[in-house]
Write a protein that binds this ligand. Structure first.
Ligand SMILES: Cc1cc2nc3c(=O)[nH]c(=O)nc-3n(C[C@H](O)[C@H](O)[C@H](O)COP(=O)(O)O)c2cc1C
Length: 170
């Protein structure tokens, strides 16, 4: 589904003990969303199920972050990272996400699972300007080179520390 929603300036904030949970199939289509996911996304369960997870993608998110997310999952590892999401009404909400591959009893990969909590203001004060620079670099580079250039920007910025380690340290 093409997301035609316009982002607004409205920001909604998770409560301290909230967890936003979802599960997807191997193609990133939502197969489960908890009540708090439904609340913050503004969609009904019916609208979410079988829909691509990018239904809540915020245009302020650099593509390189999602590229890293999928590459990390495809290498069988867990991804930790900060994500700005967009609700159905265009408002936004920041999360700190943990995303993991799910396996069946035969160790076949069957999908992905994500749990998100409220990020600290301190962490967001570091992440927001970084993502802004990455997004600007992506726009400058054009679609073909966007991810490569913004990934390289991130590598330079973190001076050898990997993103997954970095986000746990802020
Ligand atoms: C378990 C799981 C959870 C995800 N959670 C989010 C999320 O909260 N927000 C988001 O924008 N993308 C999330 N994604 C990534 C999306 O599948 C997608 O790659 C991303 O929104 C970028 O969309 P695009 O590739 O169409 O640009 C998640 C993916 C998986 C597998």
């Amino acid at each position: 589904m093409k997301n035609k929603i316009q982002p607004t300036q409205e920001e909604i904030v998770l409560r301290d003990h909230d967890f936003i949970v979802s599960k997807t199939d191997l193609k990133g289509r939502i197969i489960y969303a908890n009540k708090i996911f439904i609340e913050f996304s503004g969609y009904t369960q019916d609208e979410l199920l079988k829909t691509q997870h990018n239904i809540i993608r915020h245009p302020a998110m650099p593509r390189a972050v999602f590229d890293l997310l999928w590459k990390t999952l495809q290498s069988g590892k867990e991804f930790n990272g900060y994500v700005k999401n967009m609700s159905k009404d265009g408002s936004s909400y920041w999360v700190f996400a943990n995303v993991t591959p799910s396996y069946d009893h035969q160790k076949n990969l069957i999908g992905y699972y994500s749990v998100r909590r409220k990020p600290s203001e301190e962490a967001l004060s570091i992440i927001e300007p970084m993502y802004k620079e990455m997004l600007a670099a992506e726009k400058n580079a054009g679609a073909k080179d966007a991810i490569g250039i913004s990934t390289q920007w991130l590598i330079n910025k973190l001076q050898g520390v990997d993103y997954g380690q970095f986000v746990l340290s802020i």
